[in-house]
Write a protein that binds this ligand. Sequence first.
Ligand code: PGA
Length: 248
Amino acid sequence: MKYTYIANWKMNLSYAESIDYSIHNQHQLKALSQDGNIILCPSFVALAPIIEIFKNSTVSIGAQTCSEYQSGSYTGEVSAQSLAEMGVTHCFVGHSERRIYFRETTDKIIKKTNLLLENNIQPIICIGETQEQFEQNATLTILTEQLRPIIESIQHTDKPFMIAYEPIWSIGTGVVPESSYLEEVFEWLRKLTRSHRSHYSIQLLYGGSVTEKNISLLKKISHIDGFLIGNASTRIDEFARIIGATHT
Ligand code: PGA
């Protein structure tokens, strides 16, 4: 199967570093995009030049966030419409870092998701539980709370979107959940999304400390369509090995 690989550079690569990475590795990334759907997500300022570098290729470019407002006097914000006009095809909503550091609430996530879909940008809806919630066996309750209102708000459209399950305790920590645990969560997620959108397949992604060391194991898990990769995606050799890894 052709997995999706989303590189979330966060604020880890500067403007110059993002462009350098893209220029130097463009041929390799274009070749790798035969094996997997690659989506690079630099910060806002690097979007335009990177879209230019990868135009006429199968490498897609995504944004890390967008405004919850359509347009207007919102100093510093970037609208979904602007992103679409630039050629952005995907955008995160509800990443745990946005929820924690920038108070991205479910209400805001719903507004962003709807604006993105109206502008034909695929939202990548990020969900995940804290360490404490995990220890209390509350994962599925938390994921339901996070996901249900968002999915219900987009019932009217059959445009594609992605759901990224990222346990907060796994992001940037080097800790990845047990395979049996991931099997359970992804089977549950698949059932939940099917009950909402039987006519459309929604891509399900895993994110949190994905590396070249654990990718083969992760590729064995059923119902995972792709991966959201933070740290490891900023190193091209490792990113390439993650894409090239087989699940044996
Ligand atoms: P990580 O980040 O791969 O560095 O853990 C993943 C993410 O936050 O999307």
